[in-house]
Design a protein around this ligand. Structure first.
Ligand code: G16
Length: 538
């Protein structure tokens, strides 16, 4: 039965860097998720009879909202929903299913790398027909609709059996429960040299993939252990759990500590990797060699031609502004363009759709290509494996050779999490106030608040982060996170280019020490936030 339920707006349903992200408890309020989903539909048109993809990362509250989204899609006039079995789809797999099936769009339930469970976070985001996160012009309309909503429509009284694949119908709409892995695995097989990777494992090469009890467990087991012949046990924490087993599914050396410690130990395998809550981020570690996401982007771009899917070369590279300039050096050598965009995968969409870039990446552990319109954790792992299979060198020696050939961008991100939101806002305001006076002090050449003009549709995005650009190419960047759910998170990105290979081995924090001090002094971080030190350093 189709019902129209009266409702009232909630405050603050404003999509952030990647959809609406809040505490589970907030999402559990009656009508909260429904209001946001209806506002998405109210912001769109022309979807009657079309296909909508629905899936999530399996976190707590996923199953309930999946049923709600399906019921609301039926009541709002979609013709078909494709939903992952168990309500599960990794974010890149959802992007692939949208594209493959020429769907109108998709609703992805995830708070990405944020913790799950009843006290954790939940999120809803809308992806457009190109498979990518909705651009700002759509998220702005969605937000506007949340402020005026007065009712929502839902087909109630029925639920879909998500336990097995198959076709059923709800409120006159077709519902297809699909295997979450098959299409994605087929796409990976097209892009990468699976035979070479199989041979690599046969030769005794060993890796660990930490799925962090999140969505990529089944994908990792199916592809790495199933199709590529990696030994059973290669995938650790491989069963998705609603609370991620208490893990914070953010693939960095702090939260993937078990893997990191293993890779730095005597018994390290050849290669270590991890992915996050919804499968779009990646962590790459060689034996004794952590690879920063910014370096990983540059190294993947420099070696991508070794994979069949990229053998013809790259059209261009794109990186988010705070990501290090290591990829720029690769682009220069390849004679292609490197675009610098604001933080957020949605900014890569137009460049990818227009064929201007093939590979994109962000310092926040996201790398991907034009194969989908999301960053893709396992894709990055498989491209690394393809490169290792072809070069037959250790990760460490590939990294060292890269630094020798291109120079090294020492790079680190310092996060001050859950600081008082007003204090963080004032800190950014004070930096904006110093934009005119800072240049010429401390070797600073220029200070700006990054703005981006999209070369494809001409749209302009302003106030994307304060950049301090130094005479020697070093940078300090400040911005507030758009994905946190408590207080504000101040991110400070520090980068220094070191061409001298004798100094490449210097420990990163030591190499950046002066800039780190300066970053704290200029922004008066201690005085304004009460924090002596960052919460997380990556
Ligand atoms: C999201 C976006 C990413 C972006 C990141 C930034 O990541 O999808 O493109 O780099 O947010 O996060 P913050 O604003 O906290 O720095 P995810 O993995 O959370 O979807």
């Amino acid at each position: 039965m189709i019902q129209t339920i009266p409702t009232k707006p909630f405050d603050g349903q404003q999509p952030g860097t990647s959809g609406l992200r809040k505490k589970v408890k907030i999402f559990q309020q009656p009508h909260y998720a429904e209001n946001f989903i209806q506002s998405i539909f109210n912001a769109l048109d022309g979807f009657a009879g079309q296909t909508l993809v629905v899936g999530g990362d399996g976190r707590f509250f996923n199953r309930e909202v999946i049923q709600t989204a399906i019921g609301m899609a039926a009541a709002n006039g979609f013709g078909r929903v494709l939903v992952g079995q168990g309500g599960l789809l990794s974010t890149p797999a959802a992007s692939n299913i949208i594209r493959r099936n020429k769907a109108y769009g998709g609703i992805i339930l995830s708070a990405s790398h944020n913790p799950g469970g009843p006290d954790g976070d939940f999120g809803i985001k809308y992806n457009a027909g190109n498979g990518g996160p909705a651009p700002e012009k759509i998220t702005d309309v969605i937000f506007a609709r949340t402020t005026t909503i007065s009712s929502y429509k839902i087909a109630s009284g029925q639920s879909v059996d998500l336990g097995k694949t198959g076709v059923s119908s709800i409120g006159g709409m077709t519902v297809e429960v699909v295997d979450p892995i098959v299409d994605y695995a087929a796409l990976m097989q097209q892009l990468f040299d699976f035979d070479a990777i199989r041979d690599l494992f046969k030769s005794g090469f060993r890796m660990r993939f930490d799925a962090m009890c999140a969505i990529t467990g089944p994908y990792g087991k199916g592809i790495l252990e199933g199709m590529l012949g990696a030994p059973a046990g290669t995938v650790m924490n491989g069963t998705p759990l609603p609370d991620f087993g208490g893990h914070h599914p953010d693939p960095n050396p702090v939260h993937a500590k078990e893997l990191y410690d293993l890779m730095m130990s005597e018994s390290a395998p050849d290669f270590g990797a991890a992915s996050d809550g919804d499968g779009d981020r990646n962590l790459i570690i060689g034996r004794n060699q952590f690879v920063t996401p910014s370096d990983s982007l540059a190294m993947l771009a420099a070696n991508a031609h070794l994979a069949p899917g990229y053998a013809r070369g790259l059209a261009g590279i794109a990186r988010s502004m705070p990501t290090s300039a290591a990829a720029d050096r690769v682009a220069e050598k390849l004679g292609i363009k490197c675009y610098e965009t604001p933080t957020g995968w949605k900014y890569f969409g137009n460049l990818l759709d227009a064929g201007l870039v093939t590979i994109c990446g962000e310092e926040s552990a996201g790398t991907g290509s034009d194969h989908v319109r999301e960053k893709d954790g396992l894709w990055a792992v498989l491209l690394w494996l393809n490169i290792l299979a072809r070069r037959r060198q250790s990760v460490e020696s590939i990294v060292r050779e890269h630094w020798r050939d291109y120079g090294r961008n020492h790079y680190s991100r310092h996060d001050y999490e859950e600081v008082d939101a007003e204090a963080a806002g004032n800190l950014m305001k004070s930096l904006r106030g110093q934009m005119e006076t800072l240049p010429d002090k401390h070797g600073i050449k220029m200070v700006d608040d990054f703005a981006y003009d999209d070369p494809v549709d001409g749209s302009r995005s302003e106030a994307q982060g304060i950049r301090l650009l130094f005479e020697d190419g070093s940078r300090i960047v400040y911005r507030l996170s758009g994905t946190g759910t408590a207080g504000a998170t101040l991110r400070v990105y520090i980068e220094k280019f070191q061409p001298d290979s004798n100094l490449h081995g210097v420990e990163t924090q030591a190499a950046l020490a002066d800039l780190i001090d300066l970053s704290r002094n200029i922004a008066e971080i201690q005085r304004r936030t009460g924090r002596d030190l960052p919460t997380v350093i990556t």
